[in-house]
Each structure stands twice: as structure tokens, then as C-alpha cells.
Write a protein that binds this ligand. Structure first.
Ligand code: FAD
Length: 106
């Protein structure tokens, strides 16, 4: 079975980076694609209990895909739900661009 921690770190890196570079104003086609991607992702993520938990959370908190800002915030909140479950620190979602796009300010 995959190493759930290593897989998680790599996957969060990919997901947060993808969200950071999502269009500021996505077209409807891009919004639909992102919804489909996230739904498919939650079906095939190769950690079964993680994927199951994610699908459960996505029922009450469906992905926000209407802007780069909305997607980044939604993903940050999803990650924080997992952080809380695992007893990890809660991440400050105002810092996602600094962490995943721009780097620290000087
Ligand atoms: P990670 O949680 O992997 O975070 C990597 C980096 O992201 C951090 O160092 C930090 O800089 C940044 N970061 C942290 N929080 C946020 C945030 N909220 N927003 C933006 N950036 C942030 N593991 C389980 O044991 N059980 C599960 O049910 C489970 N579900 C998962 C579901 C998904 C969709 C994914 C991708 C992973 C899941 N994992 C789960 C793995 C778990 O979330 C961690 O990836 C793993 O435990 C390694 O943690 P880490 O401390 O290295 O940092």
C-alpha cells in the first residue's frame, strides 16, 4: 500500500499549487472541468479511507470553483479539516499565496 504521509505531502503540494495558478476569472468550461477533476480525484485518490473522508466532506462543502481566490480558500479549509482530524496545526488561509505562489515577502 502507498505511504499515506508521503503521498499526502506530495498531493497537497500539487493541489495547492494547482489552485494557486487557477485563473482569477475562470470560464464556465474551466469551472466545470475543475469540478469534474475534483470529483474524479476524490474517487481515485489512492488512500481509501482518505478518499472516503474527502467525499463525505465534499457533500456538505462542495468545491468552490468560481475564482482563484475561492478555490484556494476552499482547498485550504478542506486541508484544515484533515489537519484538525490528525491533530496537526491549523493553517492560516490568508497565507496560501505566500506558501504556494509568491513565496515569503522579503
Ligand atoms: P501536510 O498536511 O501534508 O501539508 C503539507 C504542507 O502544506 C505543510 O507543510 C504546510 O506548509 C502546508 N499546509 C498545511 N495546511 C495547509 C492548508 N490548510 N492550506 C494550505 N497549505 C497548508 N492522512 C491520514 O492519516 N488520514 C486521512 O484521512 C487523510 N486524508 C487526506 C486527504 C487528502 C485529500 C490528502 C491530500 C491527504 C490526506 N492525508 C490523510 C494525509 C495528510 O493530510 C498529510 O498529508 C500527511 O499526514 C503528511 O502531513 P505533513 O505534516 O507532512 O503536512
Amino acid at each position: 500500500p502507498p505511504d499515506v504521509e508521503q503521498l499526502g505531502r506530495s498531493t497537497w503540494t500539487f493541489l495547492h499549487t494547482m489552485a494557486a495558478y487557477y485563473p482569477e476569472v475562470p470560464s464556465y468550461a474551466q469551472q466545470r472541468s475543475m469540478k469534474t477533476f475534483l470529483s474524479t480525484f476524490s474517487e481515485f485518490y489512492p488512500c481509501n479511507f482518505c478518499a472516503e473522508h474527502l467525499r463525505e466532506e465534499m457533500k456538505s462543502k462542495p468545491p468552490k470553483v468560481e475564482s482563484r481566490w475561492a478555490l484556494g480558500k476552499w482547498l485550504c479549509e478542506m486541508h484544515n479539516i484533515v489537519n484538525e482530524k490528525l491533530g496537526k496545526n491549523i493553517f492560516d488561509c490568508s497565507k496560501i499565496d505566500e506558501r504556494w505562489k509568491d513565496g515569503p515577502k522579503d
